[in-house]
Design a protein around this ligand. Structure first.
Ligand code: S3P
Length: 167
């Protein structure tokens, strides 16, 4: 076991900000999967989607995710769509994977104007995407935190106490 922890959830759920805070508190390394993909491909995510397509992005995302098993004791923020591939879900199920759960409307308010997220579309399309992924988050997560009405610090604390204070 590599002792990494993975954060999953829809766009805007706080995987990056919360993951970063958890890593600081645990004195561990933080890895953001989207940034790893951008570094590897030397291109931004909107550019990758536009020039190579989402399928290509998903292939790289999977590769980068599976490679994290070589790293030790890291906190890893995945992308909102990482769970859409079965191979990724199978991998995540065998790790410590925390699902950050929020209501759709809360997430929508956070992401609706974000032009750096190519999958942010209309309210209806996003809600459909959210609904279609719910069972994936539930099955890939080994633990779920309902984040609604909690502050970022409370969520960070809940994660750390759930880990027994150690990675
Ligand atoms: C995506 C979510 C993004 C990023 C890409 C696609 C998605 O990550 O991987 O824009 O399809 O949900 P965040 O969840 O960190 O925004």
């Amino acid at each position: 076991m590599n002792n990494n922890i993975y954060l999953i959830g829809f766009m805007g759920c706080g995987k990056t900000t919360i993951g970063h805070q958890v890593a600081i508190k645990m004195q561990s390394e933080f890895i953001d999967l989207d940034r790893e993909i951008e570094n590897r491909e030397k291109a931004s995510i909107p550019h990758l989607f536009k020039m190579q397509g989402e399928d290509y992005f998903r292939e790289v995302e999977s590769l980068v995710l599976l490679q994290t098993k070589e790293r030790q004791g890291c906190v890893i923020a995945t992308g909102g769509g990482t769970v859409s591939k079965e191979i990724n879900r199978e991998f995540l199920k065998r790790q410590k994977t925390i699902y950050l759960e929020w209501d759709f409307d809360t997430l929508y308010e956070r992401i609706k104007n974000d032009s750096n997220r190519p999958n942010v579309k209309s309210y209806g399309q996003l809600e459909e995407l959210y609904e279609s992924r719910l069972s994936f988050y539930e099955s890939a997560g080994t633990c779920c935190i309902n984040c609604e009405n909690k502050s970022r610090d409370e969520i960070v604390l809940e994660i750390i106490s759930g880990l027994g204070g150690e990675l």
